[in-house]
Write a new protein. Structure first.
Lengths: 112, 113
């Protein structure tokens, strides 16, 4: 059974800092990994999708890496802004497109 | 472009009452559709998924059911709500089976009293 862990559970940083969010998974036989952000009371917004054959994906100030063999992914946020404050979730796709396992998320607060 | 709608946005229902939550997708055809529940402090729990009209798979046994009467419509129902059904319900669809990129609706906040 796939298990996804996100560390830290919460993070508070001053504006402008670069930061790293971690996601680990127990079964390395994955198809894809997807990072989301969720604002309070809202749905999930897709940030980046990394296919199993890729090592990383970039979108603006965001960079996500994937190391399948070690069961890890990181989301790097450069020059953090108060608008980045949200919960960030990692989702792992394994065993078919219906087998999606989410982490509980990392709650990020960027202080102005 | 594709959009996904959910309604209602919020709902307060008494224990034992019925439930119907609706999800519709625009701008695509034959999507794979999903219902999730997110409880406070917990991760997303996959409840149901559907690969086509009338095709529903359940991930966990529960007080809920799902139906897909049309290609882009997914409905979550219950005949009698329990207190434990309270939570944030999210509908999602897959861009394509190959890329497995999910897109989520805005969610429905359900409170059972």
């Amino acid at each position: 059974k796939q298990e996804v862990t996100q560390i830290p559970a919460a993070l508070s940083v001053p504006e402008g800092e670069n930061l790293v969010l971690n996601c680990s998974f127990t079964d390395s036989a994955i198809y894809n990994l997807q990072w989301f952000r969720q604002d309070p009371g809202k749905g999930l917004t897709s940030l980046l999708l990394i296919q199993s054959s890729q090592r990383e994906q970039t979108s603006g100030r965001l960079n996500a890496s994937l190391d399948k063999s070690s069961g890890r992914s990181t989301l790097y946020i450069a020059a953090s802004q108060p608008g980045d404050s949200a919960t960030y979730l990692c989702a792992v796709y394994s065993g078919g497109y219906q087998k999606v396992t989410f982490g509980i998320g990392t709650k990020l607060q960027v202080i102005p | 472009s594709q959009t996904i709608h959910q309604w209602p946005a919020t709902l307060v229902q008494p224990v034992g009452s019925p439930l119907s939550l609706e999800c519709t997708v625009e701008g695509t055809s034959n999507p794979n559709l999903y219902w999730y529940r997110q409880a406070a402090g917990r991760g997303l729990q996959l409840l149901f998924y559907s690969v086509g009209i009338g095709q529903i798979s359940s991930e966990v046994p529960q007080n809920l059911s799902a139906s897909r009467p049309q290609d882009r419509q997914f409905i979550l129902s219950s005949k009698k709500l329990l207190l434990s059904d309270s939570g944030f319900y999210l509908c999602a669809w897959i861009r394509s089976a190959r890329y497995n990129e999910q897109f989520f609706g805005p969610g429905t906040r359900l409170t059972v009293l």
